[in-house]
Design a protein around this ligand. Structure first.
Ligand SMILES: O=C(O)CCC(=O)C(=O)O
Ligand SMILES: [Fe+2]
Length: 336
């Protein structure tokens, strides 16, 4: 076969051996059905005429206990804000294909991982990734990619809306847990964006887009458009999260599991690849600031339900658990 110098790293007929995972990691159940029971919660129902309707609060709590995952629709974010973000990220990834230097210097305020540059993930995942800090927004924005030229403006607009949405969801969680309003203000200050491109793969039974992991965040808000590939562990089985282009997928991170004294669950998840479809996702991690002390809320600890976790500074937790992969220390520094 003639080698095509313009082909991107994934335009191949076979999976190169570096991308093939050992048997025990490989996805076994690519054909398993979509899990209909992961709740899709209508946030418009929280705006009842009398200003109060507890239905979404109860649904969010139940889903967070049972699955650690739920989706929200009628979330109030304008469609254009989301499509602009997806499109500008698509342009960014397309441009990287023409950038032969591959790696972005660390002095920049973002980290781009091309899948051939596997050191940053520690393994060859079938994906490309772009990560950067978003807090404080005004300071971070100018360190983000400046090509495409609209990148900074479009992603800043997206992040502002994600902040609003995550505050709203955290307020509902406060209410559900019986914590005072604004309880999560200090622990939800920092946002980190992680955007993924999972190209079609010649044999998805051999590869992974993301290894099974728990999110080290407080909360994660994910946009996955109309694409499948996200799998969540439920009762010892991987189940597929349905694709709903109008929804955001929300999951409970490890810090919220700790603060809630395991009333809410941080659940293992991963991304599997697809033969024909490209998956694009934007994960926004809502995190505590590095110096925050994370511990179970006093209100949720008593004689019958003793504290299940020791208090720990968030930055210590992150470094101890290498929570952002091999570049944990660099990312943590960028979040200061
Ligand atoms: O790309 C996805 O859909 C999943 C991303 C994810 O789980 C993560 O970045 O922690
Ligand atoms: Fe995740």
């Amino acid at each position: 076969m003639k080698e095509d110098k313009d082909a991107r790293w994934f335009e191949l007929e076979c999976v190169p051996k570096e991308y093939i995972f050992p048997m025990e990691y490989r996805p076994q159940n690519l054909d398993s059905p979509v899990c209909d029971s992961i709740p899709v919660i209508d946030l418009a129902k929280s705006k009842a005429a009398n200003g109060h309707n507890s239905q979404p609060v109860e649904e969010i709590l139940k889903a967070s206990q049972e699955f650690g995952f739920f989706q929200v629709i009628n979330h109030g974010m304008a469609e254009k804000t989301v499509t602009d973000a997806i499109n500008v990220l698509k342009e960014f990834f397309d441009m990287q294909a023409k950038n032969t230097t591959g790696t972005v210097p660390h002095t920049k305020g973002y980290i781009y991982t091309n899948s051939t540059d596997f050191a940053k993930d520690g393994v060859h995942l079938w994906r490309e990734n772009l990560k950067h800090a978003c807090h404080p927004l005004e300071e971070c924005v100018r360190l983000w990619p400046d090509t495409p030229t609209r990148y900074q403006e479009v992603i800043a607009a997206y992040i502002i809306e994600i902040q609003k949405l995550s505050s709203r969801i955290l307020e509902m969680i406060c209410e559900g847990l019986g914590l005072k309003q604004g309880y999560f203000k200090d622990t939800s200050e920092v946002q980190l964006l992680s955007s993924n491109l999972y190209p079609p793969c010649p044999d998805p039974s051999l590869t992974l887009g993301i290894l099974a992991h728990y999110d080290p965040s407080l909360l994660t808000i994910l946009y996955q458009g109309g694409s499948t590939g996200l799998q969540v562990m439920k009762d010892g089985q991987w189940v597929n999260v349905g694709a709903n282009p109008n929804a955001f997928v929300v999951n409970i991170g490890n810090q919220l599991e700790i603060i809630s004294n395991r009333k809410l669950k941080s659940v293992k998840h991963r991304v599997v690849n697809n033969t024909h479809e490209t998956r694009r996702s934007i994960a926004t991690f809502v995190n505590p600031s590095p110096d925050c002390i994370i511990e179970p809320a006093k209100h949720l600890v008593n004689e019958l339900e003793p504290s299940l976790y020791p208090a720990s500074q968030y930055k210590d937790y992150v470094l101890r658990n290498k929570a952002f992969g091999d570049y944990t220390a660099a990312i943590q520094n960028a979040l200061r």
